[in-house]
Ligand binder design. Sequence first.
Ligand code: SF4
Length: 371
Amino acid sequence: MLYDLVVCPHRPTMDLRADPADRDPTHLFVELLWERGNAYEAKVIAGLTTPFVDLSAYKTDEKERRTAEAMDAGAPLIYAGRIRAADLLGVPDLLRREPCGYVPGDIKSGAAEEGPEDDSRPKPHYAVQLALYVDILERQGRLSERRGFVWDRHGKEVPYDLTAPQGKRGTLWQDYEKALALARGIAAGTTETRPAYAAPCKLCHWYSSCTARLKHEDDLTLLPELGREKRDALCGTFPTVKAFAAAETAPHIHKKKTAFPGIGPDTLKKLQARAKLRADGGRPYARAPLAVPRARARALLRRRDPPDARPLLPARLRRPGKPRRRDRAVRPVLRRRADAALYPSHPHPRTLTASPALRASRARGLSHCRP
Ligand code: SF4
């Protein structure tokens, strides 16, 4: 539950309270991720050379009883255990005996950290899971330090120090305490949550249900780059996209600030322009005069390379390998031609694929290179 809650606070509410008949089938990509995760975990466990207690064959209470017995007996490593204290229940992949007690760990088929290589940080959704196990083990008197570890897809063990400060955000343990309080409020029915359209929605089993509600309520999160936090800051003043589009924003702007936390004047104006665009039916408009050069040869360079694009390339550019290599190959060819135009990649490739300009030019028989 805590993992889901960090991804979207509304998902546990839906899981607990929504009609199961409204649930979408599990997304195929999610199934693929589960399969990949299980296969990776099995591979890691099969490759262990140290002795360990394997509890993967047991379920619920039997698993829990055997986990406690294995820890009482001082097993050096326990795989697939189950631990409980008060209203907390956890299923850590690993429990490893160390001088400070049993330290919990998870096996992940993804990277253990996120962000740039030189400034990578623990993933909050992994951290809350580990913190839950630590909390249970602490309450059981089996662990005296707030830390865990992740064995990730690179075969690395990444330590998770839950008490280390994470910039201005505080510690991972504080994140866990907030998530736990929210989870308890949701479970008790004392905390209400609202859906917010965001990246995880597309893979979520409540996608149809939530998007229907968001559209019905004309929710502000339907606007690009307007997420839950910004919506919560704005919705007291602008409850819907239509209201936002029709509103006067000037009274809410004071010099370089607005009345809405975390939203500057430029962002407020940009978001309102998007609200107007959506309220207007989404018709495109130019913000400045467009001077599109006429060209005999054109290329649309995209990061992603659909397999059906390769035959469109001239033979010498039909190279296997990464898109960036082909980008490098195409650019000098086009630059040498005075009558060529190069359209760099848009971050939303579907916009280009579907663009009327592209379809029209294809119909006129112009060649397109899409490395
Ligand atoms: S569809 Fe989106 S808002 Fe709804 S529960 Fe899933 S992730 Fe949350």
